[in-house]
Design a binder for this molecule. Structure first.
Ligand SMILES: *Cc1c(COP(=O)(O)O)cnc(C)c1O
Length: 391
């Protein structure tokens, strides 16, 4: 079945006892056993496993499953995207191991690995090199004998650089080197990393998958059952598991993921075109624009271009502030992927945990603005941007 059908049905079959069409929210923290070690059903304790969470895990695994594949994929749900990331790093890395990571990776991922305020995994003896995954040549020299994980974000946040997932997975992936892709920006509707050869697809379900800015969560999907079991062990051991109600909310969002993504993209494309022709704008970055340096790769590995775009204003920080204080329909807030349009200033907001030098090296300047384009009317959104730019 196609993804729009799987979004609504996979893992969400009607309850055979009650006939309930939508998944039940099972709040019980513990489950009865007949005799020690012999539970009545499939569950013992809700951190280890819970019926509502299991439904969500199957639902998301159904979304990431490569079309036409005959093998099942395996999903795991977490209390946040970073909960998923933390669990993967703990499961796959030990002291003296090495990993590679996209250089303009999500700020929270960077903070977790080597961030300046607390050294995260670096303090446990894990080394990380940040590389520009858009330039595959730069990867070759960085791979070491002890490299265990390649963490790819594509497109990246906020600069929408892309990595050729298939090429990197083919060249560098192996049993010893796991390829994980943070697929938050595209969602499984527009990009399927597992179909491109990656081992793990990771999500902040807080974003497009939940889609309504009302629940924080994370998830990952693997093709390999062995890898699934390895990470599932750490899911239970670390305990960053989601509440049943949050699982329900996330599943509710997934029903409409395909229709939302189509609308996000349609609006983003119109806005990108509008901004590109605006006198107050120095440069627009959107994978759907022919001016994007990796537009061809975007067309090859994604089935759409998503709802995220970034642009540089003309002027400096005062102009950026004036623009951000004058938007009315766009809300100035962190996060992305909800039905409502959001705007933010990466240098001061989402990417504050990077050092000033690395922000500068990446191009996260004071005039860079990031938009999460919602599903409102495109003309209303354009009118709002226009009046704020004029201000
Ligand atoms: C938000 C986000 C995360 C972290 O997810 P949380 O749910 O906030 O913990 C990771 N990666 C990307 C690309 C994100 O946008």
């Amino acid at each position: 079945m196609k993804i729009s059908t799987r979004a609504v049905h996979h893992g969400k079959e009607p309850n055979e006892l009650t006939g309930a069409v939508k998944p039940d929210i099972c709040l019980s923290s513990t489950f009865k056993q007949h005799t020690p070690g012999d539970p009545v059903g499939d569950f013992e304790y809700s951190r280890s496993g819970n019926p509502t969470r299991e439904a969500l895990e199957q639902n998301i695994a159904g979304l990431e499953r490569p079309e036409g594949a005959d093998t099942e994929c395996h999903g795991l749900a977490f209390s946040s995207g970073l909960g998923a990331t933390t669990t993967i790093l703990f499961a796959l890395l030990s002291r003296d191991d090495h990993m590679l990571c996209s250089d303009d990776v999500y700020g929270g991922t960077f903070r977790l690995i080597t961030g300046k305020d607390f050294r995260g995994f670096e303090k446990f003896g894990v080394a990380c090199d940040y590389v520009d995954m858009a330039d595959e040549e730069s990867l070759a020299g960085k791979i070491r004998e002890n490299t265990r994980l390649i963490w790819i974000e594509s497109p990246t946040n906020p600069l929408l650089k892309m990595a050729d997932i298939q090429s990197i997975a083919t060249t560098y992936g192996s049993d010893g080197v796991i390829i994980a892709v943070d697929n938050t920006f595209m969602s499984p509707y527009f990009q399927r990393p597992l179909a491109l050869g990656a081992d793990i697809a990771v999500h902040s379900t807080t974003k497009y998958i939940g889609g309504h800015s009302d629940v924080v969560g994370g998830a990952l999907v693997t093709k390999s059952r062995a890898l699934h079991e390895r990470i599932k062990h750490y899911q239970n051991a670390l305990g960053a598991t989601p509440a049943p109600f949050d699982c329900y909310m996330t599943m509710r969002g997934i029903d409409t993921l395909p229709v939302r993504m189509e609308k996000h993209q349609e609006n983003a494309m119109k806005i990108a075109g509008f901004l590109e022709g605006h006198a107050g704008v120095a440069k627009v970055i959107y994978p759907g624009l022919a001016s994007h340096p990796q537009h061809e790769l975007a067309k090859k590995q994604m089935s759409g271009f998503g709802g995220m775009l970034a642009f540089y204003l003309k002027g400096g920080l005062p102009e950026a502030r004036r623009f951000l204080e004058n938007v009315r329909l766009f809300t100035l807030a962190e996060s992305l992927g909800g039905t409502e349009s959001l705007v933010e200033h990466p240098a001061i907001m989402t990417h504050a945990s990077l050092t000033e030098e690395s922000r500068e090296a990446l191009g996260i300047s004071d005039t860079l603005i990031r938009l999460s384009v919602g599903i409102e009317d495109a003309d209303d959104l354009i009118e709002d941007l226009d009046q704020a730019l004029k201000a």
